[in-house]
Ligand binder design. Structure first.
Ligand code: PNS
Length: 173
């Protein structure tokens, strides 16, 4: 049985990696597919190409995981790929209501089943949004994301860090 793990992955976190690792042991093949989330329109830190590059690097060690992208409805992608199940991760009860709604809608409009894998509790408070915010202030996110995401975040915020350091130096002088 194959699974599709869809998401924004802006960028992929250790929570996503945990879910993916567990899924790779259960399913024959898992496709990590970057998709468009209308609620996050215009709010992405990384471009689509950057997110795909990070995902390729972060998942290279899996023998049965591939990376893809699709710009339409998830159910259309599932029909096109004949991929089996939708896989989503759950961190805490707060994720449940939203995920329940999407899972029901996807079954109603596309007759596709969704399975959930619970991320380990140590990742229950880790989200791409929080990671982006902490990284933007120069905080340590190395535990919360795979190395590929951490390097990409460092590159993305290099100018911000440099400007902040220059500002701090000026304040001290
Ligand atoms: O990582 P995210 O942002 O929670 O992932 C949400 C995503 C991208 C899986 C969801 O928005 C999605 O399926 N987008 C594709 C368009 C679609 O099918 N929308 C209907 C279900 S919300």
């Amino acid at each position: 049985m194959n699974a599709v793990f869809p998401g924004s992955f802006d960028p992929i976190t250790s929570g996503h990696m945990d879910v993916l690792t567990r899924a790779s042991r259960i399913f024959d093949h898992v496709t990590v597919t970057v998709m468009h989330n209308a609620r996050k329109q215009g709010k992405h830190l990384f471009t689509l190409d950057e997110r795909l590059a990070i995902l390729h690097e972060a998942t290279a060690h899996f023998g049965n995981v591939s990376v893809d992208t699709f710009g339409g409805l998830l159910v259309d992608y599932m029909a096109q790929q004949q991929q089996g199940l939708i896989l989503r991760g759950l961190r805490a009860v707060s994720d449940y209501e939203y995920e329940l709604q999407i899972a029901h809608l996807n079954r109603q409009i596309g007759e596709v089943e969704t399975v959930f894998i619970m991320a380990a509790t140590r990742w229950s408070f880790v989200s791409s949004t929080m990671v982006r915010e902490i990284a933007s202030y120069g905080g340590d996110i190395s535990e919360m994301v795979p190395r590929a995401s951490a390097s990409a975040l460092r590159r993305k915020f290099a100018d911000v860090y440099a400007a902040r350091e220059a500002g701090q130096a000026a304040e001290v002088e």
